[in-house]
Design a protein around this ligand. Structure first.
Ligand code: HEM
Ligand SMILES: *[C@@H]1O[C@H](CO)[C@@H](O)[C@H](O)[C@H]1NC(C)=O
Ligand SMILES: *[C@@H]1O[C@H](CO)[C@@H](O)[C@H](O)[C@H]1NC(C)=O
Ligand SMILES: *[C@@H]1O[C@H](CO)[C@@H](O)[C@H](O)[C@H]1NC(C)=O
Length: 333
């Protein structure tokens, strides 16, 4: 069937001549080239099959040095995708004439791992210069982080290109703050085309990584839907007064912050969620049942997490001739 073969052919990272031929073919056969090109898992099969080994080896070494790095990289992907799509906009540095996303409230003093992305990009550029986008590197590295820390593996859809813009206000408005209630969490995910079910499954990412006192202070001092001894334990590393100990860290998953499993949900049912937003997922409402199901089934969580990650990775990518393949992830070419 012509449509099927042309969409398979379109899904490759071949050079400009091949692309031109495809466009001519599309014009002749009447296939629309106006439709956005889909991502696919085979995009680099011919143009850069070495990208996967390059990402894995640099990331593996970084996580061996510091296990938290896997969590930090996974979060970068989330914060990138929620702001003008998965286009590496988050990776752009501020300059005197360019305001990026790094200083926006959800990222400032909190988003980390940019040097690891730089190191991966350098390794990938050595294998195939000018071919792989920073946006795809982030998507592959997020998957690999989950795998390295014990979580599920999935085939990553690729073919994204990098933005030439960023959005400071988008970062502030689209990424949910930890003070969010269930309705706000749900609507901020819905705004990205993600369901409430996706939101609850993707939140399981908080089975790894750390948060600053400033992110959980109000929850451990003021909320009532929290286990009393857990609250006191967290208060001991997080002074009540704003401005003191703001950057003190605590694990999002009480037991195993460097292992990707379903313990996050077990914490929620015992009222030991670290963030206000975490505990909102198990607080006597519609999402309680889904949380319970993940407590009982790690594999159900893994399956839904993978579905959510693939959907999140599909948020308005730049493809075709849109955007660019950045040489350096921190700046536009
Ligand atoms: C549901 C809404 C979400 C909210 C309100 C939220 C909020 C937060 C906050 C406040 C922190 C701690 C930041 C700090 O204090 O420095 C954090 C950390 C983290 N978040 Fe989320 N998050 C959400 C969803 C997600 C999703 C969907 C993912 C990935 C799929 C994710 C992955 C992570 C990871 C891995 C960390 C730890 C990062 C590290 O240790 O460097 N979060 N999140
Ligand atoms: C980012 O954080 C630093 C350190 O806390 C602070 O001085 C600065 O004002 C923040 N920037 C923005 C744009 O909020
Ligand atoms: C959260 O929801 C309230 C109403 O329930 C609304 O006023 C507020 O703007 C929402 N905030 C976000 C960030 O969606
Ligand atoms: C707790 O709530 C009170 C009253 O709303 C507020 O004044 C105080 O700043 C809150 N404390 C923390 C640690 O959030």
């Amino acid at each position: 069937m012509a449509a099927a073969s042309s969409s398979a052919a379109r899904c490759s990272g071949k050079g400009g001549v091949a692309l031109l031929l495809l466009l001519v073919l599309a014009a002749v056969t009447g296939t629309s080239s106006a439709a956005p090109q889909p991502l696919c898992t085979s995009f680099y099969s011919d143009s850069c099959p070495g990208v996967y080994d390059a990402v894995w080896s640099v990331l593996q070494a970084a996580i061996a040095r510091e296990q938290r790095m896997g969590a930090s990289i996974l979060r970068l992907f989330f914060h990138d995708c929620f702001v003008q799509g998965c286009d590496a906009s988050l990776l752009l540095d501020d300059t005197p004439s360019f305001q990026g996303e790094k200083m926006a409230t959800p990222n400032n003093g909190s988003a980390r791992g940019f040097e690891v992305i730089d190191a991966i990009k350098s390794a990938v550029e050595k294998v195939c210069p000018g071919v792989v986008s920073c946006a795809d590197i982030l998507a592959i590295a997020a998957r690999d982080s989950v795998v390295i820390l014990g979580g599920p593996r999935w085939d990553v859809k690729v073919g994204r290109r990098d933005s030439r813009t960023a959005s400071f206000s988008g970062a502030n408005n689209n990424i949910p703050p930890p003070t969010s209630g269930l309705a706000n969490l749900t609507s901020l995910f819905a705004a990205q085309g993600l369901s409430q079910k996706d939101m609850v499954a993707l939140s399981g990412a908080h089975t790894i990584g750390l948060a600053r006192c400033t992110s959980f202070r109000a929850h451990v001092y003021n909320d009532t839907n929290i286990d009393g001894s857990f609250a006191r334990y967290r208060q001991s590393v997080c002074p009540r007064t704003s401005g003191s100990g703001d950057n003190n860290l605590a694990p999002l998953d009480l037991q195993t912050p460097t292992v990707f499993e379903n313990n996050y949900y077990k914490n929620l049912v015992s009222k030991k969620g670290l963030l206000h937003s975490d505990q909102e997922l198990f607080n006597g409402r519609s999402t309680d049942a889904q949380v319970q199901s993940y407590v009982h089934s790690r594999s159900a969580f893994f399956a839904d997490f993978v579905t959510g990650m693939i959907k999140m990775g599909d948020i308005t990518p730049l493809t075709g001739s849109k955007g660019e393949i950045r040489k350096n992830c921190r700046r536009i070419n």
